[in-house]
Design a binder for this molecule. Structure first.
Ligand SMILES: *Cc1c(COP(=O)(O)O)cnc(C)c1O
Length: 438
């Protein structure tokens, strides 16, 4: 049984118009669906767990704007907060009390976050955190891990996961080699490699930058010994630990992954959920380190729209709902049943997959081996994934259109969405097997 063919006429028309004036027709590359092929998706509206395209096709939304919408589309309290701010103006370029409320809430939720600054995107948050780490330590080098993505700052576009992985271009054109010369890339989940690089170059290393749960090569949980090494080795050499929780922050747990993992980083980067669906980023941590930031210290960082009142309103409303309702156990339970159901449906269809999940982030990897790092992720059968994606879409479920992305779950997704996704997945896995067996 295969799903009805979708009418995608209007999405195709919109894409043709878009391609004439926007590079690739999109404002962020993965939206072009190049990795999976087929017609693009032009969104028309969202409601709770659903998103509709401009042709009127309804999908269970597992993209959720790539992570921010942990409460689903159009949560009433978030909309009300935005409306309230809207009536008082869009932006002032002056501090507001709500920025203080958001910063206070963030510092309460994250034990190591003593001071925090708001910016406009995750990219900006990480770029600024690295600058502060270099300014504080007076050292040039930064360690990152293959397959982790930290935004598109020049020196961090090295083996950078998701988009870069999907397009087979781990190093972007337009980045001079010298700009990336101070970026050292190691395999994820490899404590020995981390210890070794500190033994050789410890005095030059300003910071270790890491996704505490990797989400940008698909979901890869951290190994216990990797976390232990992150907690001890950089500190022993006077380097800072920067956790990039732009994706995991307030998604895998209240605060972020660092809370259940028991990590206390020197700096944390946030974004996505803390803006409730509007553009935002934040970086912060130890008061002495953040004391280097202008106007207190010599590290410059600024932004015309930083702490934007609408973003702050949407973010505060989202975090207040999360703080009041503490949905994380229920989310974990439901998303866990979904992941188990997907693994079982694949087994029944005779398709080897690894459903890897942490909280409400998950990836169906088309491989027989657990995925612990970037090399293992790259061994997945991306053709099988593309066929799975297309059939899921026909059946009314919108997955992220790449093998190397995390799918997301929200509080608006209920038991009926678990059932809907599994009902779509059974024929989709059978399709994958049929294609494989010819
Ligand atoms: C999304 C993401 C970023 C970049 O955030 P933008 O808001 O897209 O600039 C950085 N780091 C991680 C871990 C992310 O998932």
């Amino acid at each position: 049984m295969s799903g009805r063919e979708l009418d995608l006429t209007r999405s195709r028309e919109a894409m043709a118009a878009a391609e004439a004036v926007i590079p690739g027709g999109v404002n962020s590359p993965v939206r072009a669906l190049r990795a999976v092929g087929g017609a693009p998706f032009f969104a028309d509206r969202g409601e709770g767990p659903f998103v509709w395209d401009v042709d009127g096709n309804r999908c269970v939304d597992l993209i959720l704007s790539w992570g921010p919408l942990i409460l689903g589309h159009r949560h009433p309290e978030v909309l009300a907060a935005i409306r309230d701010q809207l009536e008082r103006g869009l932006t002032y370029g002056m501090p507001t009390r709500e920025e203080v409320d958001l910063a206070t809430l963030l510092t309460r939720a994250l034990p190591g976050l003593e001071k925090v600054r708001l910016v406009n995107s995750g990219t900006e948050a990480v770029m600024s955190a690295v600058r502060v780490a270099r300014g504080f330590t007076g050292r040039p080098k930064v360690i990152k891990f293959a397959g982790c993505y930290h935004g598109h700052a020049d020196h961090l576009l090295v083996k950078a996961g998701s988009g870069a992985l999907t397009f087979g271009a781990p190093d972007s054109a337009g980045v001079p080699e010298e700009f990336a010369a101070h970026t050292l890339t190691l395999p994820y989940n490899d404590p020995a490699a981390l210890r070794e690089v500190f033994r050789v170059a410890g005095r030059d290393i300003a910071a270790v930058l890491v996704e505490p749960v990797a989400g940008n090569m698909g979901v890869v949980p951290p190994a216990h010994d990797f976390i232990e090494t992150l907690a001890t080795v950089p500190a022993a050499h006077g380097a800072l630990l920067i956790l990039d929780e732009v994706m995991t922050g307030f998604r895998v747990a209240w605060g972020g992954a660092q809370v259940p993992l028991g990590l206390r980083p020197d700096l944390t980067c946030l974004g996505k959920v803390i803006g409730g669906g509007l553009p935002v980023g934040a970086y912060g941590g130890r008061a002495d380190v953040m004391g280097k930031v202008a106007p207190l210290g010599p590290v410059y960082q600024a932004g015309t729209l930083s702490g934007n009142p609408l973003s702050v309103a949407a973010g505060l409303a989202t975090l207040r709902v999360l703080e009041r309702t503490r949905p994380y156990d229920a989310l974990d339970d439901r998303c866990g049943r979904l992941a188990e159901g997907l693994q079982a449906a694949a087994a029944e269809a005779g398709v080897p997959v690894q459903v890897q999940r942490v909280g409400t982030m998950f990836t169906v990897f088309f491989t027989a081996e657990p995925v612990r790092d970037y090399d293992a992720a790259r061994r997945c059968d991306t053709k099988a994934f593309a066929s799975f994606f297309q059939e899921m879409r026909r059946q009314g479920v919108l997955l992220p259109p790449s093998q190397f992305e995390a799918a997301f779950w929200s509080t608006a997704h209920g038991d009926s969405e678990v059932e809907a996704v599994l009902a779509a997945a059974r024929p989709a896995f059978r399709k994958v097997r049929e294609a494989r067996d010819g």
